[in-house]
Design a protein around this ligand. Structure first.
Ligand code: XIL
Length: 367
């Protein structure tokens, strides 16, 4: 999915207010369908996680619902370079520390996203990476300091995010590619491993789960990238498949299975890192829309979870009350209704998508 700088910032800062339900009522809504997703995932050796931003913590019912359902937390945008390293000599870990404290107090693990991305880069970077040596210094310093901050405590970090282009050439033209060539990826992973040797290191990518021509091309490019990293002995543990599903795109379970099997065959784990469903191509009516979102989620997870290398499933948010899909022009609905692409509805009740996830976890082979 393409999105511009203005809309991603808006998405980062937006937080829809919604009436809070009384705690007891929420608890009974939650209990209606039995155990939460985190328990169902745990039975199969899976982890279910959610992305949140610090503003969500002020919405206590939402935050509590997230903690009830999930056992892993990911900062939605506050670990990105622009927030965490706003000036060359200044790091700011306040936001992710708050998210981590919330995670710890709710028995959730904490995962980092992301160290190197072409979006949400700090303004100062461009002027500081004009020579190869300075670029390498800036990159290694950032990765070392940020990974060092959470050393020994993090579940995993997305080391490089979205390095593959949607068209040609294969690697996206970013300031890092311009400064260091394709090596920037290896440099970042090696620095991450050096800073925390037990951390799981992930390459994270979008647009690789559907069966359209662009997904086909990108899957092939991801395999080439991962094979090259393996050949060069670059430390990497997992592929992150973002999983921003689109109800308007074709899905082919066999293609996905073959791809995941190839990744697993390289000795890598697979994380589904940002699951949600773009519903702009579905009818406005809520019932059929929720059912179609749930059906796609179920088909996707059934195929993906059959592969035992898939270890975690993270949704990009937890409730339709707050989803970046409403803030980005490419996924907002033309009819002005809110996107319903997450497991809980705006009132924090479990939706058909929640039940699809529960059934997929229940039906998954143990790992
Ligand atoms: C989005 C967040 O949801 C927004 O809050 C932020 O403003 C921009 O980024 N792929 C990614 C995520 O890897 O970081 C993006 O998250 C969604 C697409």
């Amino acid at each position: 999915m393409r999105y511009d700088r203005r809309s991603i910032l808006a998405a980062g800062l937006a937080c829809a207010a919604a009436p809070a339900l009384a705690r007891s009522r929420q608890q009974s809504l939650a209990d209606a369908d039995g155990p939460p997703l985190r328990a169902r995932a745990a039975r199969k050796g899976l982890l279910y996680g959610v992305a949140l931003q610090t503003r969500n913590l002020a919405d206590t019912p939402l935050a509590e619902a997230a903690a009830r359902e999930a056992s892993l937390l990911v900062p939605e945008y506050e670990a990105q370079w622009r927030i965490i390293h706003p000036e060359p000599q200044r790091y700011d870990f306040r936001a992710i520390d708050r998210l981590e404290a919330f995670a710890r107090s709710h028995d959730m693990q904490f995962r980092g996203h992301s160290l190197v991305w072409h979006l949400l880069m700090a303004q100062w970077i461009q002027g500081a990476i004009e020579t190869r040596a300075s670029a390498e210094r800036v990159l290694v310093d950032h990765v070392t300091t940020v990974v060092g901050h959470g050393r020994g405590r993090m579940h995993s970090w997305d080391v490089v995010n979205e390095a593959i282009a949607d068209g040609n050439p294969e690697l996206r033209r970013t300031p890092w590619l311009a400064a260091l060539g394709p090596d920037y990826i290896d440099i970042a992973f090696r620095a991450a491993r050096a800073a925390d040797e037990r951390l799981l290191l992930t390459y994270n990518e979008y647009g690789i789960q559907h069966a359209d021509a662009s997904s086909d091309r990108k899957r092939a490019a991801v395999l080439r990238l991962l094979e090259g990293m393996r050949r060069r002995n670059v430390p990497i543990d997992a592929l992150g498949v973002q999983s921003h599903l689109s109800a308007g795109l074709p899905f082919d379970a066999e293609k996905l299975r073959r791809f995941l099997a190839e990744v697993a065959g390289m000795g890598l784990q697979v994380f589904l890192t940002e699951l949600d469903v773009r519903d702009r191509d579905l009818p406005g009516d809520e019932d059929p829309r929720d059912q179609a979102v749930a059906d796609l989620t179920r088909r996707y997870l059934d195929a993906a979870l059959d592969e035992r290398a898939v270890k975690i499933v993270v949704t990009w948010g937890v409730s339709d009350r707050h989803s970046w899909l409403n803030d980005v022009a490419q996924s907002r609905r033309a009819d002005g209704r809110r996107v319903r692409g997450l497991p809980l509805d705006e009132g924090l009740a479990r939706k058909p998508m929640w039940r699809a996830m529960a059934a997929a976890f229940d039906g998954a082979p143990a790992r």
